[in-house]
Design a protein around this ligand. Structure first.
Ligand SMILES: *Cc1c(COP(=O)(O)O)cnc(C)c1O
Length: 485
């Protein structure tokens, strides 16, 4: 067994890869979204306690990948996939990820990745421009906005709490403001930073979980009255559960008045910047000190591909500048697109995350992405109208972005709250097991709703109408079963 291959071998394997890709991408609805197997059954089938001592060869290993792994996976590139804020991976982006893996140069230094360093600086700048940030904005690619939120708060801490970078986190009075609908990675970030749970002050929200600005102002005042130091706030643009938007322009004004760092978590909602609703929901993002945006959501880069941006990208260098003379040779240090990216992040080995995005943007152009994003909003509006039209469905809130939450209501309407909540879970489980579609259920202020993420470009009204039908008929039969018991 060798780890380098002859031309005929490579041709044979890539032909196999061709077949896999063709099967996956050409007719996405042909196979079910999921071949449902119970957890114990699948564990029984795939569990293997020991590492293989002898290889079976790449040919057979690939065969196993198909029969064991691929066949027992959720097909995210399927019209019915609406479960996550990511759906499928764009074909050019998959090629980009494969080519980045092939090159395998770390992006921590220009020396190791000369062209890639320039491309990554560039693409980060492009992303900032697509969001409508100020000229000169830019930043870094990271594996995920969870990490982005963490690093943003570390930047905030170093800038706002004098001497914390040098002496550590001894600020017992330091607090971060956000709502309790902020992504859970914000709570983790606060914890990772060495702050306790009490240091996260949550702000009251409306029916779509969006921050109420009066309460934001009141909470800042209350913290100050208690002798605390509110040093940062997180505005979520595209809330995880509802797709709503915190009022970032007003939050920015208050943050500036009280000298607080404003971080915009636009991990999901960044995609809205490509639509004509950008100004309604995202005006004010220019005033944020840091912004995180996931390219693996609306742009369909493979997981996880994120930019952490700032109007002043050098804040990252000021925060994460490491001392590693074996790695960083500053003899020809210049500022600009050739600067070592390793100075801007705490990562050492660093993947070429920008390549999938670069390849997509080069191949399709940003106008194409704008068109795609706008199409998602049209679909959202059509589906919202269809749901409003049917008396046995109830919307949770008027949707702001392609995150739609609604529930099924039995025709006669007589059921207590707990039964209704359980009914949504049961309907969703039946549909999941059928392999036709996968969407989520969630709790919003005590009520259970279906939660559908509508960024999947394969999902259109042609697929959605029959799905609504299925939900209603499963709902009716489950209600009848409940009544019989
Ligand atoms: C998806 C999401 C995250 C988490 O991002 P990852 O890239 O999955 O780590 C954080 N915040 C919001 C608002 C999100 O939508």
């Amino acid at each position: 067994m060798k780890d380098f291959h002859t031309e005929p071998e490579i041709r044979a394997y890539t032909r196999r890869l061709d077949d896999l890709l063709i099967d996956y991408y050409v007719d996405p609805a042909r196979d079910p979204l999921l071949n449902y197997t119970s957890k114990p059954e699948l564990a029984q089938a795939l569990n293997e306690p020991d590492p293989p001592r002898e290889g079976i060869g790449l040919d057979q290993a690939l065969q196993l990948f198909e029969t064991d792994i691929l066949a027992n996976s959720v097909k995210t590139w399927h019209p019915g996939f609406m479960n996550q804020m990511s759906a499928g991976a764009s074909f050019p982006a998959v090629m980009g990820a494969a080519l980045a893996a092939m090159m395998n140069g770390t992006l921590s230094t220009f020396e190791a990745s000369p062209a890639a360093t320039i491309i990554e600086h560039n693409v980060a700048r492009w992303m900032a421009e697509l969001l409508g940030m100020k000229p000169g904005s830019g930043g870094i690619f990271l594996p995920g906005s969870s990490l982005g939120n963490f690093l943003a708060l570390v930047v905030a801490r170093n800038n706002q709490l004098a001497d914390s970078a040098r002496h550590g986190m001894h600020h017992q009075d330091a607090v971060v403001l956000c709502s309790d609908a902020a992504h859970y990675s914000v709570a983790n970030a606060v914890n990772l930073m060495g702050l306790g749970r009490e240091s996260m002050v949550t702000v009251a929200t409306n029916e779509a979980n969006e921050i109420l600005i009066e309460d934001f102002a009141a909470k800042i005042e209350r913290c100050l009255a208690q002798g605390k130091r509110p040093f940062a706030a997180v505005a979520t643009l595209g809330l995880t559960v509802t797709g709503g938007f915190d009022p970032i322009a007003e939050m920015a004004e208050l943050c500036s008045r009280y000298d607080m760092h404003l971080h915009a978590d636009a991990a999901f909602g960044g995609g809205m910047a490509l639509t004509d609703r950008r100004d309604r929901f995202m005006q004010g993002i220019e005033a944020a000190d840091t912004v995180t945006w996931d390219a693996h959501k609306w742009l369909h880069a493979p997981l996880t591909c994120t930019v952490l941006l700032s109007p002043n990208p050098h804040v990252f260098k000021q925060t994460f500048n490491p001392d590693a003379p074996y790695l960083f040779h500053d003899f020809d240090e210049q500022t600009g697109v050739t600067e070592d990216l390793g100075h801007f992040t705490p990562l050492c080995g660093k993947q070429f995350h920008a390549l999938p995005v670069w390849l997509m943007l080069k191949a399709y152009g940003s106008d194409w992405f704008r068109h795609q994003a706008q199409t998602r909003l049209t679909f959202l509006d059509d589906l919202t109208a269809a749901i409003k039209n049917q008396p046995h469905f109830e919307l949770a809130y008027e949707p702001r972005s392609p995150v739609l939450c609604f529930r099924y209501l039995p025709r006669d309407g007589h059921a207590d709250a707990a039964t209704l909540n359980q009914l949504q879970v049961t309907i969703r489980e039946k549909i999941r097991a059928s392999g036709k579609a996968l969407f989520n259920v969630t709790d919003i202020k005590g009520t259970t709703y279906f939660r559908l993420i509508l960024i999947n470009p394969l999902m259109t009204m042609a697929e959605a109408q029959p799905l609504l039908h299925t939900i209603a008929s499963v709902g009716a039969s489950e209600t009848a079963a409940l009544r019989a018991n």
